[in-house]
Design a protein around this ligand. Structure first.
Ligand SMILES: [Zn+2]
Length: 194
């Protein structure tokens, strides 16, 4: 498969299993049943180590993803056992990243599916409702900021009120009283007025 026909995305090795599940999920949301999605991925998906070039097939990624499920059988392959622990499947390779590759130009909208993984990843923890936690977080941050501004405005208002009240009861602010009573300099009065 040549470069131009492949769609790729670099992911951390420990995310390979969850990314596989997300891709499978996206396919199922687009109308495939689980078995069809995994069969399609078994044929088309590949994950390749960015450092040593070791490739994992779609069906190996399927085994990897299944092994995280409750009551799953342990992985038989030492290669997949290493990948599950977050290391490259090739012993001695210290890479932390694999490249997920999908064929471009087939019936499936792989671009959209890869983008949906990217947006879910950018939520950080990739827990909860996909695509929503980020906006909720920014709304909360905005709320905090708004509350701060309101609090500051409220405090300023109270200070101004107190100052006004003080000025009305005393006829001026302490320290400013003397300066406000300006004295006329006789020299400043025009001579015809004298
Ligand atoms: Zn490697």
């Amino acid at each position: 498969m040549s470069e131009g026909q492949t769609l790729s995305r670099q992911v951390r090795i420990e995310e390979l299993a969850s990314d596989y599940q997300k891709i499978s999920q996206s396919l199922q949301e687009s109308g495939l049943v689980a078995g069809q999605a995994d069969e399609l991925l078994g044929q088309s998906l590949q994950a390749v180590c960015v450092q040593c070039g070791l490739a994992l097939s779609g069906s190996e990624l399927y085994q990897l993803a299944r092994s995280s499920e409750p009551n799953a059988l342990p992985l038989a392959s030492p290669k997949l056992q290493r990948v599950k622990q977050g290391y490259c499947g090739r012993e001695g390779c210290n890479s932390f990243y694999y490249e997920i590759r999908l064929p471009l130009g087939s019936d499936v909208d792989w671009t959209g599916i890869l983008e949906s993984i990217a947006s879910r990843d950018s939520d950080g923890a990739s827990k909860g409702v996909p695509g929503e936690s980020a906006s909720v977080r920014s709304q909360t941050a905005l709320g905090h900021k708004k509350r701060k501004v309101l609090l500051f405005a409220g405090l300023a208002f109270v200070v101004i009120l107190l100052a006004l009240k003080y000025m009305m009861s005393t006829g001026g602010l302490p320290g400013f009283q003397q300066e406000q009573k300006f004295q006329i300099d006789p020299n400043s009065i025009p001579s015809h007025r004298r």
